[in-house]
Ligand binder design. Structure first.
Ligand code: CU
Length: 673
């Protein structure tokens, strides 16, 4: 695919009814039946053309990742960083020692959809990641150096074929470079951990430091007592690893434990069936009831997310878990057909700062393992990727699908709206054309779309030319999913800040009148911070959505100035570091502004009380014809502030109505004959 096509495919194309209008214009002199036939057929064609031009709810393949996207993150406004395990990717890179070898890292530029190879140095197989308070990204842990087929290499310190080093204790640092290609992973052995961690979880804390939790020494499908690393430590280091008891009682499916910093300053930990609140400052664990219905951690791999923290819910954290697999501790053996076992379809949630009770939420349409949540700027969650049968993982067993322990990939993606009425929270989003099994990943982008990549349930790179019998190959295709708001005109806020503090003065952001289709849109405008997180193994470490408090002053001309609070004066609501700031008007997000939460330095950021917001106000002229302010506020917009969004959707509705009318007339005529 050419670059020009690729860049075009990321542009918004609004729906149009032009072709329908043209098809009608030259049919006036023909017979009634012909008119009706042409109108109906061409009208339908016109309507479907209008639909085809729409990007909303579609996936588009835009490029290649270069290496398999086992791990990825949005490191800067226009750069995605992919990290793979050491394997025989055709992409080559040269080590600092001058050895050319297969690459297992790459940088992807969203402006050009092109990638460059990066040298990751040590084996980052199933590493964890997150971003420090100063904006440096961490990639932690992995496996020993390997050779062809993923087998352990004789040398653990470089050499052919991959010149890779043992990554079990590795700490890899990256300062992303948006406007150059100069940045590289810094794999500095003097910073390494003292113990091995394969499948560790990383969560950023109030002072910008990262806690590194769990993992095992040598890998495998699930953890074992012999290789368990039931400890946590910090980066920058605060000394030797400390035992975390829950990791000793939750074998074997307790790798990539889910760890979230709660607004209370405690950590919520969910791993295998076990669940607890952990006061990491006092090293005290408070056990809660087991997660209901299914295991959600790897390799069951349910979809997980912290639901949006908003002024309306007083920034209370709710953790949501959907799908996974209901296997008990003794069932994680590979002597039976795991790949044929249906995945779980329940969704459960808990708000541990206010209640220790688990609750069920609307279930999935179909059971799913390795489903993944991405929080959208409008507060809904996108849910995609994964399989209906089996689990994460791969191996040589006769029942494996090729090598995959998962089967029947699910291409349908969904929206979950936590604010909708119970029973109505799920609705269909787009259908992907690419199967996303084990080792897939996804992230929100600055423009409100979602990048999806990965899938490689194999020990080494494989395509159809290497093994024609392989069902699930190493997948490089990068897709973008365009949510349903994509075709609507984006609001263009003026005055978005580059820094957000924890408390202090509010800031002002203005929106012109054409940002609103009605006065009520002003009331429906939100400002949200999104941490997009580090994506691997069907979840994004550090992904979080925090809505800021705001009020507005609307003007006679239909424009409005929004008064937007800083982040709550509590870095446990959202940890310091880089994030995206969106303005969302009635569900349609602006392009994000890249912001730094806190000072951009390591250390607990200063906090101060939030300044009180001005009371929201409408111009008195809008109330002239009515004393009922509620009626006035929801009145339709004056023609001067009607945007192309309402016109476009109006045109679509008109096309639909005309086609229906013509079909009705045609039906009546046919009945008459
Ligand atoms: Cu893995």
């Amino acid at each position: 695919m050419s670059t020009s096509f690729l860049s075009q495919s990321r542009q918004s194309v609004g729906p149009s009814s032009q072709s329908y209008s043209r098809s009608c214009s030259h049919s006036t002199s023909t017979s009634l039946a012909k008119v009706l036939f042409q109108s109906v057929v061409l009208g339908l064609a016109g309507a479907s053309l209008a639909k085809a031009a729409s990007m909303a709810n579609t996936f588009q393949i835009v490029g290649n990742s270069g290496v398999s996207a086992q791990q990825l993150f949005l490191g800067s406004p226009n750069k995605i960083y992919f990290v793979d395990k050491t394997e025989n990717n055709p992409l080559r890179v040269t080590s600092s020692s001058g050895v050319e070898h297969a690459a297992w890292g790459s940088e992807y530029d969203l402006r050009t959809n092109e990638f460059r190879a990066m040298d990751v140095v040590s084996n980052s197989f199933c590493a964890g990641g997150n971003v420090l308070g100063n904006g440096t990204w961490l990639n932690v842990g992995g496996n020993q150096a390997i050779t062809w087929g993923g087998l352990t290499a004789a040398s653990q310190t470089g050499g052919q074929p991959y010149d890779d080093f043992d990554g079990g204790k590795a700490i890899r640092l990256l300062d992303p470079c948006d406007n150059s290609t100069a940045c590289e992973w810094n794999d500095d052995q003097s910073l390494y951990m003292t113990t091995r961690r394969w499948y560790p979880t990383l969560e950023t804390l109030e002072d910008g430091r990262i806690i590194i939790v769990g993992g095992c020494s040598w890998g495998g499908y699930v953890n074992t007592e012999a290789q368990n690393n039931p400890t946590y430590e910090f980066f920058p280091s605060r000394g030797s690893p400390v035992t975390l008891n829950i990791l000793t009682t939750t074998l074997p499916a307790n790798l990539f434990s889910f760890v979230w910093l709660l607004p209370s300053g405690n950590l919520f930990i969910q791993t295998n069936w076990g669940t607890e609140v952990f006061d990491y400052k006092k090293n005290t664990e408070y056990l809660l009831d087991d997660v209901p219905s299914a295991v959600r951690t790897y390799p069951a791999s349910g979809a997980v997310a912290m639901l949006p923290l908003t002024p309306a819910n007083n920034w209370t954290a709710t953790l949501m878990f959907c799908g996974g697999t209901d296997l008990k501790a003794d069932q994680w053996t590979t002597n039976w057909n795991i790949a044929g076992y249906p995945a779980d379809k329940t969704c459960v949630k808990i708000s541990p700062d206010v209640s220790v009770e688990w609750e069920y939420d609307d279930p999935l349409d179909t059971g799913r393992s390795m489903g993944q949540f991405i929080i959208l700027p409008d507060g809904r969650l996108w849910f995609g990727n994964g399989v209906a049968l089996g689990t994460a993982g791969y191996g040589n067993e006769s029942w494996a699908i090729g090598r995959s322990y998962g089967d029947q990939p699910l291409l349908q993606s969904w929206y979950f709206d936590p604010s909708a009425a119970s029973g109505k929270r799920w609705s269909k989003a787009g259908v992907s054309t690419v199967q996303r099994l084990y080792h897939s990943s996804a992230t929100l982008l600055m423009d409100g779309s979602i990048l999806v990549s990965g899938s490689n349930p194999n020990p080494d790179y494989v395509d159809k030319s290497i093994d024609p019998s392989i069902t699930y190959v190493t997948e490089y295709q990068v897709e973008i999913f365009y949510p349903d708001y994509w075709d609507k005109p984006k609001p263009v806020p003026v005055g978005m800040p580059k820094n957000i503090s924890y408390g202090g003065d509010y800031f002002n952001v203005s929106l012109p009148s054409d940002a609103f289709t009605s006065h009520s849109d002003i009331n429906a405008t939100k400002f949200v911070i999104e941490r997009t997180g580090f994506s691997t193994h069907a979840f994004n470490m550090g992904m979080r959505h925090v809505e800021l408090d705001s009020s507005f002053t609307a003007s006679d001309d239909g424009s409005a100035i929004f008064h937007v609070s800083q982040a709550p004066p509590n870095p446990a609501v959202i940890a310091p570091g880089p994030a995206l700031l969106f303005c969302v008007v009635n569900g349609v997000p602006s392009e994000a502004t890249w912001v730094m939460l806190g000072t951009g330095q390591m250390g607990r950021p200063p906090t101060t009380e939030l300044a009180e917001l001005p009371t929201s106000s409408w111009p008195s002229s809008w109330f002239a014809s009515s004393t009922d302010s509620a009626t006035t506020q929801s009145a339709s917009a004056p023609s001067s502030s009607s945007s192309s969004s309402s016109q476009a959707s109006g045109a679509e509705r008109r096309v639909g109505a005309s086609v229906s009318l013509l079909l009705l007339i045609l039906g009546v005529i046919m009945l008459a004959f």
